[in-house]
Design a protein around this ligand. Structure first.
Ligand code: PEP
Ligand code: MG
Length: 574
């Protein structure tokens, strides 16, 4: 039966494919199809992994250390019982035979099915045992991954799959980089959540905030993901499929045409050079950024080096990563933001107990509370500055006292490098993110102490309008064109001009081509965005006359009603 679901299109384009219901284990587990003659060996490999884990549990049971809590023995016993249950030790073998899939995939599917059964149990104690099931399954998965099969593989065709999830975390999205899904959809999430931001950086058509997609859609259903309109069509009839194939082809053609602008200079019709920079999450994103011929990296979200791991990256590991990026950019400037974890970017080594994490101990607040983490990052950044132009960016500043403390620690890091005679660039510029309304209103005081400012409009909008950017129920209220938001941006830009300090925007607004001409008219000359958006924004830059846009932008800034603002924006873009 055909039906449609409506959400927020967070990444443009159209995807057509079959639904693949998401599970975390599945993302971790490789998936391939076996030749019939290798099925028996794969079943044996699975049985061997189960035996390995059984032996591990037994060894643990017989060597319980003296001071261990008394529950440990009972706990190991429960795990051994779960492992012996045929639902975990036998059912995956059936899946391997029936689907001719690898053992990891069969186990991941079976685990999800089992966990879904546990979730529907009323008794809370029994329901909680699902965590034990997951832990035992993870042990078997690890044993399998440690002993990969040697059957010749045929990679399963993920390219035609659309991932359907209730929710995805930014850490899940980082794992996505290893996969080749055609698109994805989720029940939860807002348009500027970090999950959505990562989706854009992957260039995958996607729709979020669909509320019930995970329960209404079944594995293998045909889906159309319309990332432009924010619609998902389930089980579409052939005529609609044809129509969307046409739309998809047109979209791909337009993207191809934009490629012609790659080497054109980013200059307006009245000769103003506009810096178009890239936002990146990992050192491996340097390639895609260079591919768009960007002026530099305007925002390297360094916190992605800290996700999906149990430990912290040390100074040496960070230094290598930052040096890799700066050398990879071959002399183009690289703005590296210091650790911005907390809120939706949670890390395993920090138990987040805040009632409201977006207002809690995140970003610079966390770094000031854990100065050793901050110091080792700053030392790594300065060490990398010896290999190319780096700029250090401090996230989420709200008060000048925080800035003073951060600058003191930065001074201490510099002092320790000097004392050790480690070479670094003493003149590395230090900037601050303006993403809290207090910082925007007090921009003058921040600008006086800093070398540059960068407007983080994603958070600025969240905090100005009191809208959780990850909450799908209020996503419709998230409005970059709200007069209060535009007023704060305008104020920050005017302070930059007054004190002759560069101001850029690195939030999602910078990569939205519908807003390019407005921002140019407001005087912005430096944008940072996902590489995937650079050419569409450049196209707008090249057709703009800033002198002509400025009075139109002023008029829009004086307007209050949303309809009037829309009307003026359309005129400005005409
Ligand atoms: C922002 O808040 O606009 C920003 C660029 O930082 P992040 O999206 O990582 O919070
Ligand atoms: Mg931010």
């Amino acid at each position: 039966m055909t039906f449609s679901l409506h959400g927020i299109g967070v990444s443009g384009g159209y995807a057509i494919g079959r639904a693949q219901l998401y599970s975390h284990a599945r993302l971790e587990a490789p998936h391939y199809v076996l030749r019939p003659e290798h099925v028996d060996a794969e079943v044996a490999r699975f049985a061997e992994a189960v035996e390995t884990v059984r032996a591990e549990l037994l060894a643990l049971q017989t060597h319980i250390p003296g001071g261990a809590p008394p529950e440990l023995s009972a706990f190991i016993e429960v795990h051994a019982l779960i492992l012996s249950d045929s639902m975990l030790s036998e059912a995956p073998k059936r899946r391997i035979r029936e689907q001719r899939c690898n053992a990891e995939w069969a186990l991941a599917q079976q685990t999800e099915a089992l966990i879904a059964q546990f979730e529907s149990i009323d008794d809370e104690y029994l329901r909680e045992r699902r965590h034990d099931v997951r832990q035992v399954a993870d042990k078997v998965l690890k044993a399998l991954m440690g002993h990969p099969g040697n059957a010749p593989l045929r990679t399963a065709d993920e390219g035609d799959s659309i991932l359907v999830a209730h929710d995805l975390s930014p850490s899940d999205m980082v794992l996505f980089k290893r996969h080749t899904f055609a698109g994805f959809i989720t029940d939860l999430g807002g348009a500027t959540s970090h999950t959505a931001i990562l989706a854009r950086s992957l260039g995958l058509p996607s729709v979020m905030a669909l509320h019930n997609a995970r329960t209404l859609i079944q594995e293998g259903d045909w889906l159309i993901v319309d990332g432009v309109a924010g619609i998902v069509l389930v089980d579409p009839d052939p005529a609609i499929l044809d129509e969307y194939r046409l739309l998809r082809n047109q979209w791909q053609l337009e993207q191809k045409k934009l490629r012609r602008l790659k080497t054109s200079p980013s200059v307006t019709l009245d000769g103003i050079a506009i810096d178009l920079n890239a936002n990146i999450d990992l050192p491996t994103d340097v390639g895609p950024a260079l591919n768009e011929n960007v002026a530099g990296i305007g925002l390297f979200r360094s916190e992605f080096l800290f996700l999906n791991r149990d430990d912290l990256p040390g100074e040496e590991e960070q230094f290598e990563a930052y040096r890799g990026v700066v050398e990879g950019m071959g002399g183009r400037p690289v703005v590296i933001r210091t650790l911005d974890v907390g809120a939706d970017k949670s890390v395993r080594w920090m138990a987040d107990t805040s009632v409201n994490p977006a207002l809690g101990l995140r970003a610079i607040r966390l770094c000031l509370a854990e100065p050793q983490i901050f110091l080792s990052q700053i030392r790594a950044l300065y060490r990398a500055s010896h290999y190319g132009p780096i700029r250090i960016l401090l996230p989420m500043l709200a008060s000048l006292a925080e800035l003073d403390q951060a600058l003191t620690l930065i001074g201490a890091a510099r002092g320790s490098l000097r004392a050790q005679e480690i070479p670094f660039d003493e003149h590395t510029p230090i900037g601050g993110m303006i993403e809290v309304p207090a910082a925007a209103l007090a921009a003058e005081w921040f600008a006086r102490k800093l070398d540059f400012l960068s407007l983080g409009t994603n958070d600025l909008i969240q905090y100005t309008l009191a809208i959780d950017r990850t909450d799908d129920t209020v996503a419709h209220l998230y409005d970059p064109l709200h007069p209060a938001v535009l007023g704060l941006i305008d104020h920050t830009l005017s302070i930059g001009r007054k004190l002759d300090k560069p101001v850029s925007i690195c939030g999602e607004m910078a990569g939205d081509p519908r807003l390019t001409r407005l921002l140019l008219g407001m005087g912005l000359t430096s944008f940072s965005m996902h590489p995937a958006h650079v050419l569409a924004v450049k196209q707008q830059v090249m057709r703009s006359h800033v002198g002509g846009l400025a009075p139109q932008a002023r008029r829009l800034l004086r307007a209050g009603r949303p309809e009037r603002i829309q009307e003026l924006l359309e005129k400005l873009n005409a």
